[in-house]
Design a protein around this ligand. Structure first.
Ligand SMILES: Cc1ncc(COP(=O)(O)O)c(C=O)c1O
Length: 385
């Protein structure tokens, strides 16, 4: 029986683009009899390596798993300070706390809401071991500046590239500049495997993560079975179970092939929104810095209650109830979450202002042109246009 997702709104905030290609690949996997991490996961890793030119990639069960493994593989642990933004999802800060490290939250830049290199540099102490940067909404942070900073201070650079699957800045591709980077293939991301992620970067670290992500066992189940060696293995480190299943990878393979087309459609929708909404009083559209090709995971508007006819909350509520349009918000700053309230922070005024004003409009390839027009018409109507 097909489970029906209730049609709660006419324009959902997100809907994945899945079709016959994904169904065929999943069917093939089921028919093959091999469901866990095996040839399909390896093919997805290869596709990522080929396209990004990174030394290694490991397909895992989520971006959160990739971030946790990144920290474990790099030996980040007790008492280490790690510089990171607070305007992000809780995944990286939670992983930091899980390994015993201390997140040090620094503010973001007012143009892009990306973590600010100058603020990061000011927060470096003798205890700092790494920086976990994030590409807000798919607009890459200043990758070159963070690479320089990491090299100058001997720090590890980890990119939380959950939003930035096909994004570039100054010729640098997001996901390729850090010692390690993590992609998300969660259901609402630019491509999806339902749940899933990819850890990529330096070969020594990814290999260590691969060992840690399969219980610390010296060879994968696929390697052992395909080599006829079904029993007998060694556990060399106390690992966890974080591998991506071949069922998930089967969804991901055709999705990866469509990444460029998906991103182009997102960019088209973003351009339509910016063309129609820029200049409305008290409403800021997302900035795109010169030399940047964003991944457009999010299309954010920022509503300044002092100059807009209505607040962010009123806008979200009226879009939902009067126009059937769902929105979202990214993010509640991590330092305001109960579990992180004791973390090290400097004042974060830009983070707090952005978080109070930000509203994510629907922006995904499955949207029809009519739905895009519906969103534009609704927002303009709320602004009295
Ligand atoms: C910036 C960021 N990092 C990490 C994650 C976690 O991704 P996953 O659900 O694949 O673990 C998310 C999820 O939305 C995110 O927005």
């Amino acid at each position: 029986m097909t489970a029906q997702i209730p049609n709660l709104t006419q324009v959902p905030w997100n809907r994945p683009s899945l079709g016959e290609d994904e169904i065929a690949e999943v069917t093939d996997t089921i028919r093959s009899g091999w469901l866990t991490h095996g040839p399909k996961a390896a093919a997805l890793e290869q596709a990522v390596r080929d396209e990004l030119g990174v030394p290694d990639a490991f397909a895992v069960s989520s971006c959160t798993a990739a971030l946790h493994l990144a920290l474990l593989a790099a030996g980040i642990g007790d008492g280490d300070e790690v510089i990171t933004p607070s305007l992000t999802f809780c995944a990286a800060p939670n992983a930091l706390r899980q390994v015993g490290a201390r997140p040090v939250f620094v503010d973001v830049e007012p143009a892009t809401y990306n973590v600010c290199p100058e603020q990061a540099e000011a927060a470096i102490t003798a205890a700092t071991k790494a920086m976990v940067v994030m590409h807000y909404g798919g607009h890459p942070c200043d990758l070159a500046a963070f690479r320089d900073l990491a090299d100058q201070h001997g720090l590890l650079l980890i990119e939380d590239a959950a939003h930035a699957l096909l994004a570039r800045r100054d010729g640098l591709r997001a996901g390729t500049v850090g010692d390690l980077a993590a992609f998300s293939f969660y259901a609402n991301k630019v491509i999806t495997t339902g749940e899933g992620g990819m850890l990529l970067g330096r070969r020594d670290l990814v290999q260590r993560a691969r060992l840690l992500g399969r219980h610390g066992i010296d060879a994968s189940v696929w390697q052992r079975h395909s080599g006829g060696r079904t029993a007998g293995y060694e556990v060399t480190v106390p690992g966890l179970k974080y591998v991506m299943s071949d069922l998930a990878a089967a969804v991901g393979l055709p999705q990866w092939r469509k990444l460029a087309a998906f991103t182009a459609r997102r960019a088209e929708i973003a351009a339509a929104y910016t063309g129609a909404l820029a200049g409305l009083p008290g409403l800021a559209t997302p900035a795109v810095l010169p030399g940047v090709e964003p991944g457009w995971f999010l299309y954010s508007i920022f509503i300044d209650p002092a100059h807009a006819p209505l607040t962010r909350e009123e806008s979200a509520e009226r879009l939902r109830t009067e126009y059937g349009i769902a929105t979202s918000q990214h993010f509640r700053p991590v330092h305001t979450l109960q579990v992180h309230s004791g973390s090290v922070t400097c004042p974060l005024p830009v983070t707090e202002t952005a978080a109070a004003r930000q509203l994510s409009l629907p922006c995904y390839p499955a949207m029809t042109d009519d739905q895009v027009t519906q969103v534009i018409t609704a927002v303009r109507a709320l602004w009295g246009c």
